[in-house]
Design a protein around this ligand. Structure first.
Ligand SMILES: [Zn+2]
Length: 253
């Protein structure tokens, strides 16, 4: 009798422990491809000294897309949703972290119809998954960055490499390599910054409101997109060219 009770107690304990383990291991929704029915919105910047960064996807490491997630409806639907949001917000790029989903995915595209950026030329739509930068120019260019995650914030002047070479995967999981220059290179590095955590607001030293910036650009008092000197902060500071995002996050404090 006692033996049976002990055995039953043992079985109940095992069941309880495994249920507890299961609930502990339940997946963080920010790490899945699921699109939430509510709250799928652009996450906003949080100032350095403010609380909330430890739970905000903009400041947390994104995970790699796994082999068995490529070429699936879930991945394609998720990326279509990212793209739809980018178009809705009139952005020229969007990173998954900005939507509260910590995934190594971003999209760039600048249409020639975008009045603000048409002088910089159109940029073809490209999706980058599990990206890394493999090579960069020595030269850097300045750019006055804004961001969908910096609503109401000032524009910030930071440097990006004039050109970069990258390696990433496409939605089928195929390895893609390429080189981007000009405006495409700027947008790539802006979105890549989101994968490293933080935004241009954490790196820029010079800020102007959109009105102030436009007035200075119109008067040609400022270069919009020109060679930058070494004193201008680099947007992707801390990233070692050639490393994966996982390697970057493993050595980051
Ligand atoms: Zn941004």
């Amino acid at each position: 009798m006692l033996d049976t009770m002990t055995r039953n107690y043992f079985i109940y304990s095992i069941v309880l422990i495994s249920m507890l383990l299961q609930s502990c291991g339940s997946t963080d929704p920010s790490l899945t491809l699921d699109i939430p029915k509510e709250g799928f919105e652009v996450v906003q910047y949080i100032p350095v000294e403010s609380d909330g960064r430890d739970t905000n996807a903009l400041y947390l490491a994104p995970r790699r897309i796994k082999d068995d997630e490529f070429n699936t409806a879930e991945l394609n639907v998720y990326i279509d949703s990212m793209y739809a949001m980018m178009l809705r917000k009139s952005g020229v790029g969007i990173a998954s972290n900005q939507l509260g989903k910590r995934l190594q995915i971003f999209i760039i595209e600048a249409k020639s119809s975008n009045p603000r950026y048409k002088v910089l030329g159109p940029v073809a739509k490209q999706v980058f998954i599990n990206p890394k930068i493999t090579k960069t120019s020595k030269e850097r260019k300045n750019f006055w960055h804004g961001c969908l995650s910096a609503h109401g914030e000032k524009r910030g002047n930071v440097a990006t490499y004039e050109w970069i070479e990258y390696e990433c995967q496409n939605q089928k999981g195929e390895i893609q390599q390429g080189r981007l220059e000009g405006f495409a290179s700027v947008i790539f590095q802006h979105e890549f910054r989101h994968m490293l955590n933080g935004t241009y607001l954490d790196h820029a030293n010079h800020f102007l409101s959109r009105g102030e910036l436009d007035a200075k650009l119109d008067a040609e008092e400022l270069p919009f997109f020109d060679l930058a000197n070494d004193t201008l902060p680099l947007l992707i500071e801390g990233y070692v060219v050639g490393e994966t995002l996982d390697e970057f996050h493993s050595h980051k404090k």
